[in-house]
Design a binder for this molecule. Structure first.
Ligand code: PGA
Length: 258
């Protein structure tokens, strides 16, 4: 059974005080939700304090990026052992903003996903097409290439904790969500691909999240699609009211897909 995941990507918002306050507000509201995996991904500098605030709660903490080496002369980078040492459990890898502005490629994504799994963190690997690719009818090819590139060289056992997030770039922060059917088409293609690369059982066990302008008023229709197993949320995760609303709606819908 695939337990739904609702993950908040706080991007470069919230200083430490604001982050701890937001984490506390969410914690107070969702303490009794037990059928949704809840994750928040604050900026690096907030992680330690947020992990402490959420310790022993039902909310887990993720980073928004990492480097693949364990340590060394890599100025400005943060390693997986460092993230683990403060209580992080997840890392968002290959978000489109990192691909667009910081030169991430399928190769760097592949190295980071490998490092996360080897280091015991759960990667949330992001894929998604830009508007021009969608308009040129290339969506499925682009996403297929990103998924296969990101997972290159991994066997079925290795990827057992992996989470994938499909985020059409044109829907991120724009208020323009993919329709549930547009999202489902890509999610089901990704699951088929996983089934070909690995096995049907493995493909059926991997959570595929949707991301891109997810809000309290569209989460239900998205979650009703057979291959959408949760959401990666930017803007609507920055306010406790909207994030909690999305968590409650997901929790009320069902406690997991087959
Ligand atoms: P958004 O961002 O919800 O603000 O569109 C989603 C994301 O970038 O993960």
């Amino acid at each position: 059974m695939r337990i739904p995941v609702i993950a908040g990507n706080w991007k470069m918002y919230k200083d430490v005080r604001e982050a701890v306050e937001l984490a506390n507000d969410i914690k107070r509201e969702v303490y009794n939700v037990d059928n949704v995996e809840i994750v928040v991904c604050p900026p690096f500098v907030d992680l330690g304090d947020v992990c402490e605030m959420l310790d022993e709660s039902n909310i887990l903490v993720g980073a928004q990026n990492c480097y693949w080496e364990k340590e060394g002369a890599f100025t400005g980078e943060v390693s997986i052992p460092m993230l683990k040492s403060i209580g992080c459990k997840y890392v968002v890898i290959g978000h489109s903003e990192r691909r667009q502005f910081f030169g991430e490629t399928d190769e760097t994504v592949n190295k980071k996903v490998a490092a996360c799994i080897n280091g015991g963190l759960i990667p949330i690997m992001c894929v998604g097409e830009v508007l021009a690719e969608r308009e040129a009818g290339k969506t499925l090819d682009v996403v297929k290439k990103q998924v296969s590139g990101g997972l290159k060289g991994f066997n079925e056992t290795f990827i057992s904790t992996l989470i994938i997030a499909y985020e059409p770039v044109w829907a991120i922060g724009t208020g323009r969500t993919a329709t549930p059917l547009q999202a489902q088409e890509v999610h089901s293609m990704i699951r088929d691909l996983l089934s070909k690369l690995y096995s049907k059982a493995k493909a059926d066990s991997i959570r595929i999240l949707y991301g891109g302008s997810v809000k309290p008023d569209n989460i239900v229709d998205l979650m009703k699609q057979g291959d959408i197993d949760g959401a990666l949320i930017g803007g609507a995760s920055l306010k406790s009211a909207s994030f909690v609303d999305i968590i409650r709606s997901t929790s009320g819908l069902r406690s997991g897909k087959k």
